[in-house]
Design a protein around this ligand. Structure first.
Ligand SMILES: Cc1cc2nc3c(=O)[nH]c(=O)nc-3n(C[C@H](O)[C@H](O)[C@H](O)COP(=O)(O)OP(=O)(O)OC[C@H]3O[C@@H](n4cnc5c(N)ncnc54)[C@H](O)[C@@H]3O)c2cc1C
Length: 342
């Protein structure tokens, strides 16, 4: 009996999870290892704002229960950080000093929140919203009716902002060039979108950049954000939402080409042998644009994971974007985005 192929997938988000189930459906005999930093199995992160609507049990967010991974023959390795990939030896190195061999590797490591350099020293005074645990921490830190100061306001953050406003909290939004990321908006549309945010109750600060985050003064809310023009904004929680930086640091010696993300051909192969990439971590070659492009949005990400899995098991397909990345105002002046259509 030949040894079954071992597919290792780094990342159990939308791309990695979709890839694992597709691999299993197409190759009943292969070995699949699905690796994640998270302590939880896959859940859709765009459901996280629902925590403010009372969804506090992480099990409610899971599309499949943990026992199903065993039934599908998918080895889920939680709390496992990959620190290095050796493309020549075809192996993955973990922070806990284990080495795992692969026959084919799919990197679906996503991205983490970008923070402008000037704010990086203030990270300990800010909250992120990248995981269920982080979202619950924000919920705990925020008093009833309290204020979130949002720096940037990408489409991930604005989704949360609308939920907060809907559930009785206040939002102070300091706009930056990353507001509405990943959409690119011209000045005219930007002005209309900002007006729509204000009409929904957000307090928008658009004239000056954030330069510092400080503890609140005694007797006042827990945080202050200082803008370049000296304005101080007071609130309970500060959250940066300034787009994503692809998580590629463990791939630096893997022998693959990297720009900002992992560079892949339209069939999602990297330049490394038997190494593929999908989701927010990769940039795909676009023949029409003559450049490598990111394709964010859950529909694109899920399609990439499934496509990579099909190509790893014998297909030869090219990626076609499922989400064209549009943002607009409807007749009622509500902000609509293909990113939010789920
Ligand atoms: C609050 C929030 C709201 C969002 N709202 C929307 C929305 O409305 N619409 C939309 O389209 N998208 C939304 N998104 C974005 C969407 O969730 C992402 O585009 C999508 O999750 C990307 O999927 P991915 O599989 O590429 O990466 P991710 O989901 O980011 O998964 C990355 C995986 O890689 C793992 N990983 C990373 N580094 C390592 C390492 N060194 N070792 C081991 N494992 C590693 C992580 O643990 C994780 O499992 C939202 C995201 C957030 C956080």
């Amino acid at each position: 009996m030949p040894t079954p192929r071992h597919h290792v997938i780094i990342g159990s988000g939308s791309a990695g999870f979709g890839a694992a189930t597709t691999l299993r459906a197409r190759d009943p005999d292969c070995r699949i290892s699905l690796v994640t930093l998270s302590s939880l199995p896959f859940y859709n992160r765009y459901d996280l704002p629902d925590i403010f609507r009372g969804r506090h049990d992480w099990r409610d967010l899971l599309p499949i229960m943990p026992a199903m991974y065993d039934e599908l023959g998918i080895t889920l390795r939680r709390n496992s950080r990959v620190v290095d990939v050796n493309g020549t030896a075809q192996s993955v190195e973990f922070a806990h000093r284990e080495t795992l061999h692969y026959d084919s590797l799919l990197v679906c490591a996503g991205g983490r929140g970008y923070l402008p350099e000037i704010l990086s020293d203030y990270r300990p005074l800010m909250h992120n919203f990248a995981s269920f645990e982080a979202a619950m921490e924000v919920h705990t830190a925020l008093p009833k009716g309290g204020t979130v100061i949002m720096l940037g306001g990408d489409m991930l953050g604005l989704d949360l902002a609308f939920t907060l406003l809907d559930t009785g909290y206040k939002v102070a939004l300091v706009t930056t060039p990353q507001t509405f990321w990943p959409h690119r908006v011209d000045d005219q549309l930007r002005g209309k979108l900002v007006a729509a945010l204000e009409a929904k109750g957000a307090r928008v600060h658009g004239d000056s950049a954030p330069v510092a985050v400080e503890e609140g003064l005694p007797g006042a809310p827990a945080r202050r954000v200082i803008l370049q023009d000296g304005t101080e904004i007071s609130g309970d929680v500060v959250m940066p939402f300034c787009g994503l930086v692809p998580a590629v640091e463990f791939m630096l010696s893997a022998g693959v080409d990297i720009e900002r993300g992992l560079l892949v051909r339209p069939d999602l192969r990297t330049t490394g042998e038997n190494i593929w990439a999908a989701g927010d971590v990769c940039q795909i070659w676009s023949d029409s644009d003559k450049e490598y492009r990111f394709y964010h949005g859950w529909r694109n990400v899920r399609e990439m994971g499934e496509l990579a899995a099909r190509n790893m098991t014998g297909s030869d397909e090219e990626f076609v974007a499922e989400d064209d990345g549009r943002i607009w105002l409807d007749k009622g002046s509500n902000i609509c985005s293909t990113f939010w259509e789920h």
